[in-house]
Design a protein around this ligand. Structure first.
Ligand code: BGC
Length: 746
């Protein structure tokens, strides 16, 4: 009863102050009432009792967790979902703990919730910020209807290494595009009104440099210099912080010898210092404990000290804050100011979301029933899926296919798969709920479609948390597939990676088609060369053979719930593809890491001698460059006009874009710069603007950009943003290669 009164009082006092957004006073009042144990409790986050997204600590038994919830020793839970379940757990905290502080419920809502959108890398290929924001909004509407307050997204890690399985979760290799997408996602998740019951607090992760894991091996060391840190890694984080992201997550990796979780420079100096960030930082799963294995902390107590001291506000599943912080403060080893600062930040998130006003407002079973998988959400998923497809190759306009009178074979282990296209990181969605390529093609009745798997993808059942056992032996279906292909007008081959082959822990040392797929492809090719390769994958793959031999290749990533429908619409020309690669495709794994915004080096070549920066057994050029993507329209660029804006260090860039074809289409116009000479060398190309433009058949439009010091400047090695006058190359085109160019002096 006493607790209920306390809660009521809290609710009453908070209602008035919250309307004026003055929660800072409230936070101080509450902080004064809290015991040290209760403060530490707020810094403790447990996983729920069913979905597990990492290795569980030994003391993670459920009874102890429930006791902690009742006693105010839990600030947040992850992996609990369902309006009813969350309401019940929230009730335990709010009605039993002394101060009734609501729990913050978090979950990885990465690309949709129940309705699944394309994996983030695929969405990035749309270069369509509105569509990306919408996808995050829909995810927020569904997740919040299931009681969830907080998503561990967006992942804004820039990566240049396709071996790293988590590239599927980010926006690719470019900091400019990555920053724009980070902002769109934060806006989408958090909506316009933080106190609304469908606001999903964003968590910008992984701070920092996780995407620079050496050799693309997950959790591996990152060792990068100041220039790369400030110019490549940090910009999307900064943009997301400025867009109001409520939380950050640090990362598993060490950066230049310091595990990010214990890195003061990153968390206190840069994020909370220079950037003035007032949100909270959660550790990654168990990353506080992992500082012991890194060789940075002696034991659990030391690890807890290092993390709290460095500015990790909340402990995700290490259980070390709970065990050691009180003792550390009481012994005078850890400054209580750090605890207070962390608790303030955590409470601030709860206040901003309005949880003190109504801790149950997210748990609405009616909303849950009505909103999950809503037809509008499915339509949005289809829209983004179409926009995410990249037409990699289309010799002699092989695509689109005629809608009638064709005999078509669909071949490949992913052809009828209704789970793989959902991709990885989709905790709330059910297996078997994506539309398959087969279903998508069958929805066009005018052609005859026959299907053969050819091979099975895996030799064992596929499971989310276990290693995938790829089929490398069973070839029994290949003959049947080859027989089917004979005499067909077109063969569509659905090949690539299974949805669980990218994502966390899924680094690959080979980037070809896994298992027997290349063998199947070549066997079919031997009898029928009219092949459309529908590539399904979570990262760039080395498909050099396919590029050399096949007339058409369509990059479809893992497109989510409406995958098959989106693919069929592109194949039949009901949607004109407009996606552009957010990551470079290597020809061979030896070129990795490969990225467009490389430095020139002192020996860029080519020269006749051997002594220049190249491979003797492969060209430097990628298979498909960053920004590449074809269309059924034919666009041309002309009349580039580059001028200095009067009395300023700004540049106006104008050009004409023409659609020379008979098909309406979208083109992503890309603007790149090169700062010719600088006190810290600059890349040979840097994306600094883009616009997705719709052009009717035969139409011409003028496109205009303005470059200012913010686009023309860079971070020096002291992490200071500077602008230097000089010559700038200005390049525009439909890809990072080719296009129009001019040079201007500032
Ligand atoms: C991942 C995070 C994720 C967390 C919670 C970790 O293993 O690195 O990105 O948010 O688990 O599921």
């Amino acid at each position: 009863m006493k607790n209920k009164i306390v809660l009521l009082l809290l609710i009453l006092t908070h209602t008035t102050t919250l309307s004026s957004q003055n929660y800072e006073v409230e936070i101080e009042t509450l902080l004064k009432k809290m015991t040290l144990e209760e403060k530490v409790g707020q810094m403790n986050q447990y996983t729920g009792f069913f979905d597990v997204t990492g290795p569980a600590p030994a003391d993670g038994d459920n009874k102890a967790k429930y006791d902690d919830i009742r006693n105010g020793r839990v600030g947040s839970m992850l992996n609990v979902r369902g309006a009813k379940q969350i309401r019940e757990m929230q009730k335990l905290a709010v009605e039993n703990s002394r101060l009734g502080i609501p729990i913050l419920f978090g979950m990885d809502v990465i690309h949709g919730h129940k309705t699944i959108f394309p994996i983030p890398l695929a969405e990035a290929a749309s270069w369509d910020l509105e569509a990306i924001e919408k996808a995050a909004r829909v995810a927020a509407i569904e997740a919040t209807a299931e009681g969830i307050h907080w998503t561990f997204a967006p992942m804004v890690d820039i990566s240049r290494d396709a071996r790293w399985g988590r590239v599927m979760e980010g926006a690719g290799e470019d900091p400019f595009l990555g920053s724009k997408i980070a902002v769109a996602r934060v806006k989408g998740f958090q909506g316009d009104d933080l106190t609304a019951s469908n606001t999903l607090a964003a968590c910008v992760k992984h701070f920092a440099a996780y995407g620079f894991a050496e050799s693309g091996k997950d959790y591996n060391t990152a060792d990068i210099g100041s220039s790369t840190l400030h110019n490549v890694v940090l910009p999307p984080f900064k943009a997301a912080a400025e867009a109001g992201a409520l939380t950050f997550m640090n990362s598993f990796n060490e950066l230049n010898g310091i595990p990010a979780t214990g890195d003061k420079y990153l968390q206190r100096d840069i994020l909370k210092g220079e950037w003035g960030y007032d949100g909270m930082v959660v550790s990654d799963w168990g990353s506080i404990t992992e500082m012991i294995a890194h060789g940075y902390a002696e034991d659990g107590k030391h690890a807890a000290f290092l993390a709290a001291d460095a500015g990790s506000d909340m402990d995700m599943e290490s259980h070390l804050y709970k065990l050691h912080l009180k003792e550390l403060v009481e012994a005078g080893e850890l400054d209580i100011a750090h605890i207070d600062d962390a608790v303030r930040r955590i409470l601030r998130v709860k206040f901003k979301l309005g949880l003190f006003e109504d801790p149950y407002k997210y748990s609405d079973e009616l909303r849950e029933k009505n909103l999950l998988l809503h037809p509008d959400h499915m339509n949005a998923a289809l829209d983004v899926a179409k926009k995410s497809i990249v037409l990699l190759k289309n010799e002699n306009n092989f695509l689109p296919l005629a809608k009638t009178g064709k005999k078509i074979a669909l071949i490949g282990p992913l052809g009828d798969d209704k789970t793989s296209p959902l991709g990885n990181w989709r905790l709330a969605s059910d297996d078997g709920t994506a539309s398959s390529v087969l279903e998508g093609l069958q929805s066009y009745a005018g052609n005859s479609i026959q299907f053969s798997k050819g091979i099975n993808f895996a030799s064992d059942p596929i499971h989310f948390v276990h290693e995938l056992k790829i089929n490398t032996e069973d070839r029994t279906g290949i003959t049947e597939a080859v027989e089917l292909a004979k005499g067909m007008d077109v063969v569509i081959m659905a090949l690539g990676e299974h949805g669980v082959q990218s994502g966390e822990g899924r680094s690959r040392a080979h980037l070809g088609l896994p298992g027997l797929q290349q063998e199947l492809l070549e066997a079919v090719y031997a009898v029928n060369k009219n092949i459309v390769l529908v590539l399904m994958n979570g990262r760039p793959l080395t498909i050099d053979w396919a590029d050399k031999n096949l007339p058409a290749i369509v990059e479809t990533w893992h497109l989510g719930s409406k995958s098959g429908n989106a693919i069929a619409q592109v194949i039949y020309g009901d949607y004109n593809p407009s996606g552009k690669l957010p990551m470079t495709f290597p020809k061979t794994i030896g070129q990795v890491p490969i990225y467009y915004n490389t430095k020139n080096t002192g020996r860029p070549g080519p020269i006749d001698l051997v002594f220049w920066s190249h491979y003797i057994d492969e060209t430097n050029a990628p298979l498909y460059p960053f920004g590449h993507g074809l269309s059924y329209s034919d666009f041309s660029y002309s009349e580039l006009n580059v001028a200095r804006l009067a009395m300023s260090n700004s540049i106006s860039v104008k050009l004409l874009l023409t659609n020379n074809s008979k098909v309406d289409g979208n083109e992503v116009v890309q603007l790149y710069i090169r700062d010719r000479v600088a006190s810290v060398t600059r890349p040979i190309k840097e994306l600094k603007g883009f616009e997705k433009v719709f052009l009717k058949a035969g139409e011409t439009k003028q496109i205009q950009f303005t470059l200012t010091e913010s686009e023309l400047g860079f971070y020096n090695n002291q992490g200071k943003f500077i602008f230097e006058k000089g010559d700038f190359d200005i390049m525009v085109g439909g890809s990072s290669v080719g296009g129009l160019a001019d040079t201007i002096k500032l």
